[in-house]
Design a protein. Structure first.
Lengths: 112, 117
């Protein structure tokens, strides 16, 4: 069965600092990997996805993520965080014929 | 623009009442999903439907019911049997089926916040 872990429940960074949110997955084959962002009281918005090709993928809002098969990881990064990035971030894994599995989420706070 | 519309945005339920949350999509997606989200918790799957007139229970289906009479609509009823219904409910859809279908991801609505009063 697929599973997704996000080790950090809550992360606080200063505006302008770099950011890395961790995601680890468990799946037998190459999974389809996603990062979503959720602002308070809103739905989830897709930031980026990976399922083949270049292991470094670019997304919206200046985010990127790197797929590392050897570490079963798909960490999300941003070189310089803006106050508007404060939100909850969810990693998800998908597979053919199966429902997505979402991680528990990481809440990001940004200090001015 | 294509998307998913959830209504209402806020809903209040009295004890013992059934309430229905609406979810409509114009993306021509085959699959639709209902998730429940509680503070500090992730998304928990309530029900999902891959095709019209067919749906399956998710991880926390007790106290909920759904129907899928039309491709674009997947309403969720929170029944009086659901003892703790106060939560944020999210509807999602996906293309469904096909070899590359997971690659398109899920599209989410903006949610309905249900509160028991």
């Amino acid at each position: 069965a697929q599973s997704v872990t996000q080790p950090d429940i809550h992360i606080t960074v200063s505006e302008g600092a770099s950011l890395e949110l961790r995601c680890n997955y468990s799946y037998g084959a190459t999974p389809y990997l996603f990062w979503y962002v959720q602002s308070p009281g809103q739905g989830l918005q897709l930031l980026l996805k990976y399922f083949s090709g270049d292991t470094l993928v670019q997304g919206i809002k200046g985010f990127e993520a790197e797929f590392k098969r050897s570490q079963s990881s798909f960490n999300l990064r941003k070189p310089s965080v803006h106050w508007s990035d404060a939100a909850e971030y969810f990693c998800a894994v998908g597979a053919r014929g199966q429902n997505f599995v979402f991680g528990p989420g990481t809440r990001l706070s940004v200090l001015p | 623009d294509g998307g998913i519309t959830q209504s209402p945005k806020y809903l209040f339920r009295k004890e013992g009442q059934n309430v229905t949350l609406s979810c409509e999509q114009n993306l021509n997606h085959d699959a639709m999903y209902w998730y429940r989200q509680d503070p500090g918790q992730g998304l928990r799957l309530i029900y999902y439907s891959q095709i019209v007139n067919d749906f399956q229970k998710g991880d926390i289906a007790e106290g909920y019911s759904v129907s899928r009479e039309k491709k674009e609509s997947f309403p969720l009823t929170v029944t009086s049997a659901q003892k703790n219904p106060t939560a944020f409910y999210l509807c999602a859809s996906s293309i469904g089926g096909g070899q590359l279908s997971p690659a398109y991801g899920y599209t989410f609505g903006s949610g309905t916040r249900l509160t028991v009063v």
